[in-house]
Design a protein. Structure first.
Length: 187
């Protein structure tokens, strides 16, 4: 398991959030497991209410957690969004922000949400079957992950969190904000 700390984009502060971490485990035969862990004064967090677990567009307009999945030297990538409501979205891209439409329909990922006064945790599991771009990769290939989150305050303002922010404006699709995950150390 690898643990990463996300940072807030400087133009979108959310001082009520004290920390945001994500723990990542990848096993080629099984899939990708992510544990997002938010700590802070969560009375100030606007969190969507529980809904049926189904694919929904536009989750990034409210509190949600995201992962971008790619491999080096390939313009294609995936994006998954996970809402504390248990709604989700999964997309395939052929190039930077060029979304494929009808040929990619992932299965419903497994989501588990735990919330307390000072902590929100979201666990997501994406099956290897929903990541065909990664099928048959050599163990020497590094997986690239963009880990990010959108946090909505009760006042309606949004803050954008990622491993790093290479642009002046929040941009989760920017490959310079992705980290490399060595598949040799994948579990």
């Amino acid at each position: 398991m690898i643990t990463q700390t996300m940072i807030c984009h400087p133009k979108t502060p959310a001082p009520f959030i004290h920390s945001l971490h994500v723990h990542v485990t990848y096993q080629a035969q099984l899939g990708l497991r992510l544990y997002y862990d938010v700590k802070g004064d969560l009375a100030q967090l606007k969190c969507p209410s529980t809904q049926p677990s189904q694919a929904v567009d536009g989750l990034w307009q409210h509190t949600c957690f995201e992962v971008f999945i790619a491999i080096p030297n390939d313009d294609r990538y995936y994006e998954f969004n996970f809402s504390p409501s248990t709604e989700w979205a999964g997309y395939a891209f052929s190039d930077y922000r060029t979304r494929q439409t009808a040929d990619y329909v992932p299965q419903t990922p497994t989501l588990k949400i735990t919330q307390a006064a000072e902590c929100l945790q979201l666990e997501a599991f994406i099956s290897a079957d929903d990541l065909p771009l990664l099928a048959g990769l050599s163990p020497q290939t590094n997986l690239q992950l963009g880990l990010s989150a959108v946090i909505e305050a009760q006042a309606g303002t949004l803050s954008y969190w990622a491993l790093q922010h290479p642009d002046a404006q929040p941009n989760f699709h920017h490959r310079d904000s992705f980290m490399s995950l060595d598949l040799l150390n994948k579990s």
